[in-house]
Ligand binder design. Structure first.
Ligand SMILES: [Zn+2]
Length: 345
């Protein structure tokens, strides 16, 4: 081995915490290795939480590592919520961990979504994490896109994660290019992600050159698109309350009949349509459904406003003059298609 290679090998050993091997190598090859350098590495091991490696290294290097120094690090680990290191260190040097302090840390970890550290801390103090804290923790994990951690927290709380939280998690996952977790989250929520967010996910994967993940996301986007356009058209009447839940508030609209200017006696009906008409045939089918199922001949449809390709149909009749020319659009900016009964000639 050349000197350069030996030096590189020694550094590799030191970086990995194998101090004894590094010292042996330096001795055999006559490569200098100063005490200051070794001391620096021991500090680094301790900072990393590698207590056993620090102790072994110090022994090999003939550097004294006092119990005071080590117990000082136990406190440091606890402050930084490095529970595993604190447990390790306290076990190695034979100092019990302060129970009250750990109880506080356990709860703090849950509040930060650090489920693994929290569970370790609760295990040490032989207590069970409270249900409500677990749910808070689970929701934080979901917001950070940590699906597995969030699910674990909910499982320990004996609760099923709510759809909304799962969708939040799925969206975060997609935005950071975690396609598998994103798809899993949506599957658990029984929801279908939009093709747009799947494509965003695909792009994020491409940026990191994870081509397999990118392909997975783009294929999923394609499937969603095909699913939307191969579905038959379903129409379901929905109440104003339900519309509000879907974040569409029509109640504030000032409805006026354009034909008689009546404002008070307008009968409104709303429907959710599973997919928006793409062509004349679709329009005719939709018209038929509306007429046969709901007795509605004239209506307006707002495209895609309900997500996943779903549209909103509105229909109204003026109680005064019988006009059905009142537009119930949820937003003046949104384009709508007017579908009227085609008069037979
Ligand atoms: Zn009228």
């Amino acid at each position: 081995m050349t000197d350069e290679k030996v030096a590189a090998y020694i550094k590799k050993c030191l970086d990995a915490g194998r101090m004894e091997e590094a010292i042996d190598t330096s001795r055999v090859t006559g490569t200098p290795l100063s005490k200051e350098e070794l001391d620096g590495y021991i500090r680094k091991y301790l900072e990393n939480g590698w207590v056993q490696k620090a102790i072994d290294g110090a022994k090999a290097a003939g550097i004294e590592l006092s119990k005071d120094v080590l117990s000082g690090y136990v406190d440091k680990y606890l402050e930084k919520e490095k529970i595993y290191s604190a447990v390790d260190a306290s076990r190695i040097i034979g100092i019990p961990l302060p129970k009250e302090k750990i109880a506080v840390i356990a709860k703090e970890c849950l509040r930060k979504g650090k489920i693994a550290s929290a569970l370790e801390a609760y295990k040490i103090i032989k207590e069970k994490p409270p249900e409500e804290e677990l749910i808070i923790c689970g929701n934080i994990c979901f917001k950070d896109g940590l699906l597995a951690d969030g699910l674990e927290a909910y499982k320990l709380a004996n609760k099923t994660p709510p759809e909304d939280e799962l969708v939040i998690c799925g969206n975060v996952c997609f935005n950071i290019g975690q396609v598998t977790s994103g798809l899993d989250a949506y599957k658990l929520a029984n929801k279908t992600p939009t093709k747009e967010i799947l494509r965003i996910c695909g792009e994020a994967c491409l940026l990191e050159q994870r081509n397999d993940d990118a392909r997975k996301a783009f294929v999923a986007a394609q499937k969603v698109e095909e699913m939307i356009y191969s579905r038959t058209i379903d129409v379901r009447e929905i109440s104003l309350e339900e519309l509000k839940k879907l974040k569409i508030d029509i109640s504030k609209k000032d409805l006026t009949c354009p034909d008689c200017e009546n404002r008070t006696n307008i009968k409104e009906r709303y429907f959710e349509v599973s997919r928006c008409p793409e062509n004349k045939e679709d329009e005719e089918e939709l018209h038929k459904i509306m007429k046969l199922q709901y007795g509605v001949e004239n209506f307006y449809i707002e495209l895609d406003v309900l997500g996943n390709g779903r549209g909103l149909i509105s229909s109204s009749i003026c109680g005064n003059c019988g006009s059905n020319n009142i537009v119930l659009s949820s937003d003046d900016e949104i384009g709508y298609t007017e579908i009227k009964a085609r008069k037979k000639e």
